[in-house]
Design a protein around this ligand. Structure first.
Ligand code: HEM
Ligand code: HEM
Length: 253
């Protein structure tokens, strides 16, 4: 069966274009990005910054797995296949065929999304390296500078991603953001996803929340003491030590 084939739509809200886990992935990722960026420069909140970053890395790992074993339309291979049309698409744009830019088949969208995922990977990896005491002072400074640069580059990419979605929505006079919220679109055609897998989305949100709570419990309190729940645990002490170490490094900046 061709991967682009769809099934007849079943609901009055429109055809299903995104399943629940894909939407949960997207909005958790977006929220964590906003959180990571907002806390990146805040002394004493390093543990929260790191928690948002780790959650993004976890979400990305999940998306790759879902892209390998999930439903056909969530597969990463579908994205890669779309990108194979890139030379013909960019030729059309160069020849002034504007519909190529206005349509939902605007290949800047999957290209941007792939690049976003890659940048999340590289940024979180560089953040992890910046968080360790593995290097000498010179290299440590370099890693920190690189991480800051990557974080800012990711922000530019995210703003471009949002602008592109708005541009396509305006050009087609159709809201292309809303389907990422509801999972459904009024565009003609059949369901892209047969099942919603809502339970998986609930599981993802619960896991993200549980990880956040665990990190909060093991983070050093503002006065340097540990919060209750972490006391007596060697792991928790290690965690608190790690968070605290970076926190005081930052204070010294
Ligand atoms: C208000 C902010 C945002 C809006 C309105 C938005 C909107 C969208 C929409 C509508 C799509 C679906 C594109 C399609 O039709 O295929 C999408 C996909 C995607 N967006 Fe966003 N986005 C936002 C923020 C972000 C942020 C902050 C990130 C990452 C840091 C991000 C990463 C992605 C990724 C990775 C996908 C692909 C999802 C998948 O197929 O699994 N987005 N976005
Ligand atoms: C995609 C997610 C992330 C984004 C967007 C991001 C962004 C940033 C930015 C912009 C800064 C520079 C703040 C400033 O000094 O002005 C920063 C600093 C830092 N980040 Fe991240 N970060 C992310 C993930 C992570 C992760 C996963 C870790 C650790 C595991 C981490 C650890 C750090 C540390 C330790 C610093 C301070 C570096 C220094 O001392 O200059 N970050 N981050």
């Amino acid at each position: 069966m061709d991967v682009t084939e769809t099934m007849p739509s079943s609901a009055p809200g429109g055809r299903r274009t995104f399943d629940a886990p894909t939407r949960a992935f997207h909005w958790l990722l977006a929220a964590c990005f906003a959180g990571a960026y907002a806390t990146s420069d805040a002394d004493g909140w390093r543990w929260l910054h790191v928690t948002f970053g780790y959650t993004m890395a976890g979400l990305l790992t999940w998306r790759v797995l879902w892209g390998l074993v999930g439903p056909r339309h969530a597969r990463l291979s579908v994205m890669v296949r779309k990108l194979q049309g890139l030379p013909a698409w960019s030729r059309a744009v160069r020849q002034g065929q504007w519909p190529a830019l206005r349509s939902t088949h605007n290949l800047m969208l999957p290209l941007g999304v792939m690049f976003l995922m890659l940048m999340v990977l590289v940024t979180t990896a560089s953040g992890y390296l910046a968080y360790q005491d593995w290097f000498g002072e010179l290299f440590e400074d370099l890693v920190e500078e690189a991480h800051e640069l990557l974080g800012n580059a990711l922000l530019v990419l995210v703003l471009g991603h949002i602008a592109l979605m708005l541009w396509i929505s305006l050009a087609r006079r159709q809201n292309h953001v809303w389907p990422m919220v509801t999972g459904r679109s009024k565009t003609p055609g059949g369901d892209v996803f047969k099942r919603n897998h809502a339970w998986l989305a609930v599981l993802m949100c619960a896991a993200a929340l549980a990880f956040g709570l665990y990190q909060w419990q093991t983070a050093p309190a503002p006065d340097g003491a540990q919060r209750s729940g972490a006391t007596g645990s060697a792991d928790a002490e290690h965690e608190a030590g790690e968070h605290g170490r970076r926190g005081s490094d930052d204070d010294a900046h």
